[in-house]
Structures are given as C-alpha cells and as structure tokens.
Design a protein around this ligand. Structure first.
Ligand SMILES: Nc1ncnc2c1ncn2[C@@H]1O[C@H](COP(=O)(O)OP(=O)(O)O)[C@@H](O)[C@H]1O
Ligand SMILES: [Mg+2]
Length: 466
C-alpha cells in the first residue's frame, strides 16, 4: 500500500509536497491547546494520520529543538505494512524529512525530529527516565497501561519553548482505563456527547485517583500546591473520514458485518458496551426464532398486547401484538415511535386493539404509562388492561420469562423484524440493552408478564370469536 522508505534515504533538498488537508475533526484535534488530548473513538476515523499531522504542525517543525515521540505498544505495529512508519513515509518526505529507519526517526531541515518507539512491557517506560519529552503521542492509547501513560506524562517538560503536550488516539474500549478517564465526555448510553467534544476539563492526580474540575482555578483553590492539567476528548467516526471510504469502500461493509457489540463499538463509537458482558438472549435462539414457518392456529386466533410507553428520550414508545393461540407465540404487529405525542401513540395502540381484539393488554405504568393504561381502559371497556410496574426485581423475572420462552422455541418473530439487535445487545447483568435501546424487549416482557392470564382468557375467547 504505502511506498517503503529506504533506510537513511537522503532528505530532499527542497520540499516537494505538503501534508494532506486534515478533516474537520482532525482539525479540532490539531487546534486544541489541552495538555492532554485524545482523538477518535471509532474505527477508521483517521486516528493515526491525525497524530502524524498533529506532530508535524509547522510551528513545531520550525523549532530546531523540537523532538516528538509517537508510541505504539509493539514494534511490529509501527513497522507493519500500512503502519505508522509506512504512513509517515507517504507524507513526511514531501515536507523535507529524511528517514533514519534504524532509529525510526524523521529528521526535518530545521533540526526538528519525529520519532516512533514502542513500549511493550511496563519496565520499558524507564528507558525514558532521563528524557525530556516535549510532545508525546500514543497511537491506540488503550493498548498501553495507565501506568505507562501517566509515567511518561511526568517525564514531559520542555526547556525549548515547546509546550509539553500529550496526544492519544483510540477505538472505544469499555473495559480500558481510558473509559473511566473520559467518562464525562460520554453519555449514559455510551455515545460521546457531541456538544462536549473538544471541551477542556482539568484534573490532578491524588493517590492514583484523578480529581476533576471545570477549571484549573477550582483545583488550585482546593489543592493549593497542585499543578492541574487540562484534558479533552475529541470524538470522531468513520463518517468523519471520507478519505477512507473513498479509498476502501468495503471498509464500511466490513464493519457493518460485525456482531452488534463490535458494530456499536467500532462503527458507532460506543464506550459502554463490554465485550465480556453476558447476554440474556442466546444468539442461536434468536436466529432460530425468526426462521420457523408461520403457524396457522387451529381454533381462531387470540392475541396479547404489550406496551412500553416511552416519551422523549432515546427509547421508542413500543406496542406489540402477539398471537398466543398456539405455540410458537408469534409477534404479528409492532408499533414503535420515537418522536410522537402521547396522544398519537395512544391512538395507534387503540387502533391495534380495535383490529386484534386481544384477550389482554399489558402496559408498563412507570412514568407516563399510568395515563396510557387509564386511556385504554376508557376506550376499550370490554378488554382487560393490566399495568406492570417494573422494578429492578420484576424486570429480572419478566425478562427471564421471555428468555426462557425463546430458548424453548416458543417464540417466533417475523423474518424481517428489526428488534433482534436489541435482543442481541440485552445484558444479563444490567437487564438493559448495552447499546442503548431496549423498548422492543421491554414491550415483549411487559406483554408476557401476563401470558398465563391471557392464555386462560384465550381458552374461552376462541369460542366467542366469530
Ligand atoms: N485528512 C486526510 N486526508 C487524506 N486521507 C486521510 C486523511 N485522514 C485519514 N486519511 C486516510 O484514511 C485512512 C485511514 O486513516 P487512519 O489514520 O489509518 O485511520 P485509523 O487510524 O482511525 O484507522 C488512511 O488511508 C489515511 O491515509
Ligand atoms: Mg490507526
């Protein structure tokens, strides 16, 4: 892919090229004055190149004393095809750099240099004990330990007028030390707050803990002799790097083919999905549930409706109609709306109830749900409308019930049903979707909280139905 740079090739006498124009998110990263700045949080967002551009900013390269160091965890990751050495070889010679391949160093005409190095083992940090690092970069910073990064931070100083700054790039990793450090920049669902990207906060380290504040003054007044450092996180995704999509149109398709957790992490930049977290619904059972033949009931049909009414926020207002005349129970209709008024959503549920005349309707009544239940009782006097008050404990029972039904092969989803991602992402520990939405799961669980009652009513109902 990249042109190989020969060891000790001579500097071009006059620079013949220029660095590529940074993309808008990379620009933000290049501009920030934070002592520590982290860029990325999704695959293919132009992270490595962002570091290379950042370290080669003209005002740095003009300084003959400037020496930047960019780390990867291992040496092969620097020297692999398409790695940092290759990628820098595409651009740096064009701005007058000569390579010293043995030292993995680019020397610039002013005397400035940019060097690559690896820090595989924790003890490797002590090689930098006496060093004066002006600018220190970590590509894939989550691959390094917190100790490595914070040790090198203490090595950073500059007698030459270059403000010491640490830069890092990363993909999201909910289990890494960085997830905790950037917590303020990440919303409860795991996605970066767009409005916080690039915002500065300050911290000091006390007993290995980071203490944060919105200003340096605040920390100095609380800890008079402290030296607060500014920190920022700039979030970027693949879509922020159109250059890659142009070069490699399959890159996106490859990411989209990953499982729900990898997609949430690498494509959507989710910082709270844990690879190790166990899922409530087994993948094989989910797959099987969408592939059975649609079953025709023997005695007419009977239905059960479940409603998880969410208003505003991330989750949708979700209403499901289940055919419970026979097993497998079949999901026959789903209404799901994120930005509808409560009245519009109640009307939609009402229409489904009119159409299917279910044996029972079950409504989650927390929040605004009580109103939904009351309206439906009022509109459908002949139909039993029950409320489910979800608590931590009842959520476990209600979601266990549907997970067991799924595993026993009692459930059938329409083949094109969009809710399977929510099932795949539903955590056994937290009983929430680790990627955010779980309204379909909850509507189902709310419905099946009354499956026994509905079945009993349905035993009578088919005879009454025309
Ligand atoms: N500003 C840019 N201009 C042109 N190409 C870019 C730019 N930023 C990134 N690229 C290209 O996009 C591809 C992916 O970038 P890279 O920095 O390797 O992403 P990441 O490290 O996030 O995987 C590389 O081929 C790189 O050269
Ligand atoms: Mg990279």
């Amino acid at each position: 892919m990249a042109a190989k740079v020969r060891a000790n090739s001579r500097a071009l006498a006059t620079p013949t090229g220029s660095l590529p124009e940074p993309q808008p998110k990379q620009k933000e990263f290049l501009k920030t004055e934070a002592d520590i700045a982290i860029y990325g949080g999704a695959a293919g967002s132009g992270k490595s190149l962002a570091l290379l551009l950042d370290f080669a900013k003209p005002r740095l390269l003009e300084n003959p004393n400037y020496g930047g160091v960019i780390f990867r965890r291992t040496y092969p990751e620097i020297k692999n095809e398409g790695g940092l050495w290759d990628e820098s070889g595409l651009w740096y010679p064009g701005i007058g750099a000569s390579a010293n391949e043995n030292r993995l160093t680019w020397n610039f005409p002013s005397g400035a240099s940019i060097r690559f190095s690896h820090l595989q083992h924790e003890k490797d940090i002590y090689r930098w004990q006496g060093a004066q690092l002006e600018r220190c970069g970590f590509d894939e910073i989550t691959h390094f330990s917190k100790k490595m990064v914070f040790y090198l931070l203490t090595r950073m100083r500059s007698p030459h007028g270059v403000k010491p700054q640490l830069r890092g790039t990363c993909n999201p990793d909910a289990e890494s030390w960085l997830a905790e450090v950037i917590d303020w920049w990440i919303n409860p669902q795991g996605y970066p707050y767009p409005e916080r990207s690039g915002k500065l906060r300050w911290f000091i380290v006390r007993n290995d803990e980071l203490i944060w504040a919105d200003s340096a003054e605040e920390l100095r007044s609380r800890f008079p002799s402290s030296n607060p450092k500014s920190f920022t996180f700039i979030s970027a995704k693949l879509t922020d790097n159109p250059a890659l999509l142009e070069k490699d149109p399959n890159y996106l398709a490859n990411l989209e083919a990953q499982d729900v957790v990898e997609r949430a992490r690498l494509l959507d930049g989710n910082w709270r999905v844990k690879k190790s977290e166990s899922r409530l619904f087994k993948a094989a059972a989910i797959d099987a549930s969408a592939h059975g033949a649609w079953v025709e009931p023997v005695f007419g049909r009977s239905y059960l409706v479940g409603i998880d009414p969410n208003f505003g926020g991330n989750d949708a207002f979700c209403c499901q109609v289940w055919d419970i005349s026979n097993t497998p129970y079949q999901l026959v209709s789903e209404y799901s709306a994120t930005n509808e008024s409560i009245t519009a959503s109640i009307t939609a549920c009402s229409k489904l109830i009119e159409q299917y005349k279910p044996a029972l309707v079950s409504v989650e009544v927390n929040g605004g749900g009580r109103t939904v239940q009351e309206r439906l009782i009022e509109f459908h006097p002949g139909i039993r409308v029950e409320g489910v008050n979800t608590t931590k404990a009842s959520k476990v029972i209600n979601t266990d019930r549907i997970a067991i039904a799924l595993e026993e092969g009692l459930i059938q989803f329409p083949p094109d049903w969009g809710g399977t991602d929510q099932l795949r992402a539903f955590s056994k520990e937290t009983r929430e979707a680790i990627t955010g939405h779980d309204d379909s799961v909850m509507a189902w669980a709310v419905a099946f909280a009354y499956i026994e009652e509905a079945r009993q009513l349905a035993m009578i109902n088919p005879l009454l139905l025309s």
